[in-house]
Design a binder for this molecule. Structure first.
Ligand SMILES: [Zn+2]
Length: 305
């Protein structure tokens, strides 16, 4: 028997095309009537598209900086959108400074409408998507009520904008999260304690990557996923303690380094991009980083920076 939902496929294809142009109302129109048959597999995408489209239907846009716009629902931000724009800008400036980045990629920060039920379970503080007109950061509406959480979430997502652009998307997810969680500064004392008492909780590079990329909390692993984010953050924090001006930024640049000599060395030594960049910038490979960072984490007296 043929796929009973095969007729939905063209609608999903069209929806994704609109999605990456950020034509959200058109995107949702494609799937709201026709795509439901496939929503089983694509339910997460369905929710994302729905959330961004419902927001678009009633949103306004504020130009915050030449490269930065804020999309918000006026009834819900109730007059503080100017302040939210300033807070967003400041958080982006801080992260950019830390990573040695000049804002050049157009960026849109969308505060999603209250009614939307985007997949916050796996991305509790938001997500970031590279679209054609701009890098789009979407944050849940509840963050508006908490000034510091809002800025932390912006910092986390803007760090993704920077790392994915600097590395041409070559960085593994754990490297991106290492930097995003580091700049977000949301370290969890209980998780830190768990790492200290049980070394087996500290994952290898491969297992950490799998946990960050492939798992969804449908598997009932929400706690494990959170722990993986925390581990990534600790790796970033450890790297940030190694002296040297802007080594994290340099590390990201080195991951994307395409010089023939570097390519040759990588090939001859059988190193992957991250391992090779780590060795050149920090003088240690992946395995060594993971074990050194772990020793450093367990030896700390407190999680305060
Ligand atoms: Zn992240």
């Amino acid at each position: 028997m043929a796929n009973p939902h095969a007729s939905d496929t063209p609608h999903w294809e069209a929806a994704f095309e609109h999605y990456y142009q950020d034509r959200m109302v058109d995107a949702f129109e494609e799937i709201s009537e026709h795509g439901v048959g496939e929503a089983g597999e694509l339910i997460r995408w369905y929710r994302i598209i729905e959330a961004e489209a419902m927001t678009r239907a009633k949103s306004s846009v504020l130009q915050v900086a030449p490269w930065l716009t804020l999309e918000f629902v006026a009834d819900e931000t109730m007059g503080i959108e100017g302040e939210l724009g300033e807070r967003t800008l400041q958080a982006c400036i801080d992260v950019a400074k830390r990573l040695g980045w000049e804002h050049k990629v157009p960026t849109r920060l969308a505060i999603l409408a209250e009614v939307t039920d985007a997949p916050w379970a796996t991305n509790p503080y938001g997500y970031c998507v590279s679209k054609e007109p701009y890098e789009k950061i979407c944050l849940p509406n509840y963050l508006v009520d908490d000034e510091s959480e809002f800025s932390q979430a912006v910092a986390h997502e803007y760090a993704h904008v920077i790392s994915s652009n600097v590395t041409d998307d070559y960085a593994p997810r754990w490297v991106e999260e290492a930097i995003s969680v580091l700049v977000e500064r949301r370290f969890d004392a209980e998780i830190w304690e768990q790492f200290r008492v049980d070394p087996s909780m500290w994952l290898s590079p491969t297992d950490l990557e799998v946990m960050l990329v492939d798992r969804s909390d449908d598997d009932g692993t929400k706690e494990e996923i959170w722990m993986a984010y925390q581990q990534a953050g600790w790796l970033g924090r450890y790297l940030s303690t190694i002296d040297g001006v802007n080594r994290l930024g340099e590390f990201l640049h080195e991951i994307a380094n395409e010089s023939p000599r570097i390519n040759l060395v990588r090939t001859l030594k059988g190193q992957d991009r991250t391992d090779s960049a780590l060795r050149r910038v920090f003088g240690m490979g992946k395995a060594e980083l993971f074990s050194r960072a772990y020793s450093w984490v367990v030896a700390l007296d407190s999680i305060e920076p």
